[in-house]
Structures are given as structure tokens and as C-alpha cells.
Design a protein around this ligand. Structure first.
Ligand code: FPP
Length: 258
């Protein structure tokens, strides 16, 4: 594994400031909030905030991969984000396209598998092709799974999964026998573990329709940092906060973790 901060590690992580916590989440989801405020503080267009946010993202993906996080989900564009002014939506779409085209080589080198959560068919043609290509190229990679919530809505995802069960019922299956695993098999995250830790930056404290099914027992960390200022050092702080939580999953004595 690469050193925590880019250099080769000397010895096992100890109690030092930059050491990894003993218990790492398997699945981290990040709501990358605060790009707009970051830009406004600098009297820059909001698009500049999103661009700066992409730089922060690059560092967090690399670091997640280096420390052995299994699944990293990032909230890139929600179904509600289409209601933003057209120029901002256009800037975000252009950024996404550049991102998928420019990062795919490095992500594949790092053995990262890319998964898209959301309605890919609802994306403009160029973006759709770029994300499908990224998924196809990286599908056999065995390292970090980077799942990108793109044109994603949590309630829409549950409705879509419910419709799949309705289709199965119409085809003759007994709906009384359906289990939670049956519903989960229709989610975009089928086969992935539930989210252990949600980090939302910028000080806002809500989940905004991100993975409502998969986060029922997630630990939540609300980090005041605006996303473009988010660093691996901040990330490590949030991972430490997670490691200090007592997860009970509705039971009593600690860590039933899944
Ligand atoms: C929320 O900040 C952020 C977004 C809606 C977009 C997040 C996108 C990126 C970080 C970059 C693009 C992603 C990829 C995968 C290339 P906000 O605009 O709501 O900020 P504000 O709350 O300060 O206005």
C-alpha cells in the first residue's frame, strides 16, 4: 500500500497524527457540498467551484484506493439538480464529460471499478457514452469500487426496484414471498454492501435523497469544510470519527458490523 500521504510508509500505522484508524468503513458515501459557496467567497463563477471540487475528488479517490476502502460512493448529480440554472447544469455536464475522458486511464491503472448509480439513459448522449465506456473498461477491476451517483434520486431508485417486483409478480411469482433481498436486487447498488459512513461537507446536515435504503444504519459525519477545500487529512479526521462510533444496528452490545 502507498504511504498515507503519498510517500512510502515507514512501519505500521501507530498512534501518530496521520495513522489510520483501526476500524475502516467498507463503504463510504460522500455528499460533496459547498462548491458554490467556495466559488462565491472568491467571486468566481459557480463552475469554478465545481472544477475545484473535481481536484478535491481526485485526491480523495486516490487516498481511498490507497488505504483499502472497498466502496466509495460520490454524489455527483441528483435528479433534482436539473432544476439549477441552465448554465450551471451545462458546466457540470461538461465537467463530467472531461472527467470521465481524462481520468479513466489512471483509474484503471489503480484497479478502480466504476459503477454508475442512476438513470444513465437520461443523460445527454456524449455523457452517456463516456460513462458507459468507463464502466465497460473498468468492469473487471478488483480494487476500489467507485460508484458515482449521477442523475440519481433515492426515492426514484426504490420505486424502480418496486416496479421490478411488480413485474415479477405479474409474471407469476408470489408477492407474499418477496424478501428484502428481492427488493435490493433491483437497486442500483445490488451486490454492494450498505453504506457504513456518510460524509457531507459544507456544514449542511441532511441526506438529500442519497441512498435512503442503503443508509438506514449508516454513521453520519457532517464536516464543515467546503468540498473544494476537503483534503485527505480532513477525510482521515472523519474516518477517525467513524472509528469511534458504537454501531449497534438496533441491537445492544457494539459492532454487529456488516
Ligand atoms: C454541491 O455543491 C455539488 C454538486 C451539485 C456537484 C458535485 C460535483 C463535483 C464535485 C464535481 C463533478 C463530479 C465528478 C464526478 C467529475 P453546491 O453547488 O450545491 O454548493 P453550494 O451548496 O455551496 O451552493
Amino acid at each position: 500500500m502507498a504511504g498515507l500521504f503519498g510517500k512510502k510508509k515507514t512501519g505500521a500505522p501507530g498512534a501518530g497524527e496521520n495513522s489510520l484508524p483501526e476500524r475502516l468503513p467498507r463503504h463510504v458515501a460522500i455528499i460533496m457540498d459547498g462548491n458554490g459557496r467556495w466559488a462565491e467567497k472568491r467571486r468566481l463563477p459557480r463552475a469554478a467551484g465545481h472544477q475545484a471540487g473535481t481536484e478535491a475528488l481526485r485526491e480523495i479517490i486516490r487516498f481511498s484506493s490507497d488505504i483499502g476502502i472497498g466502496y466509495l460512493t460520490i454524489y455527483a448529480f441528483s435528479t433534482e439538480n436539473w432544476s439549477r440554472p441552465q448554465d450551471e447544469v451545462g458546466a457540470l455536464m461538461a465537467l463530467l464529460l472531461r472527467y470521465f475522458r481524462s481520468e479513466i486511464d489512471e483509474l484503471c491503472e489503480k484497479n478502480v471499478r466504476i459503477v454508475i448509480l442512476g438513470d444513465v439513459d437520461g443523460l445527454p448522449t456524449a455523457q452517456r457514452e463516456a460513462v458507459l465506456n468507463a464502466m465497460e473498461r473498468s468492469k473487471d477491476n478488483t480494487g476500489l469500487t467507485l460508484s458515482i451517483a449521477l442523475n440519481y434520486g433515492g426515492r426514484q431508485e426504490i420505486l424502480r426496484a418496486a416496479k421490478k417486483l411488480c413485474e415479477r409478480a405479474l409474471a407469476g411469482e408470489d408477492p407474499a414471498a418477496f424478501t428484502m433481498a428481492d427488493l435490493e436486487s433491483g437497486l442500483y447498488t445490488a451486490g454492494m454492501p450498505d453504506v457504513d459512513l456518510v460524509i457531507r461537507t459544507s456544514g449542511e446536515e441532511r441526506l438529500s435523497n442519497l441512498l435512503p435504503w442503503q443508509t438506514v444504519y449508516s454513521e453520519l459525519v457532517f464536516d464543515p469544510t467546503l468540498w473544494p477545500d476537503f483534503t485527505k487529512e480532513r477525510y482521515l479526521e472523519d474516518l477517525r470519527a467513524y472509528a469511534g462510533r458504537d454501531r449497534r444496528f438496533g441491537g445492544r452490545n457494539g459492532a454487529a458490523g456488516k
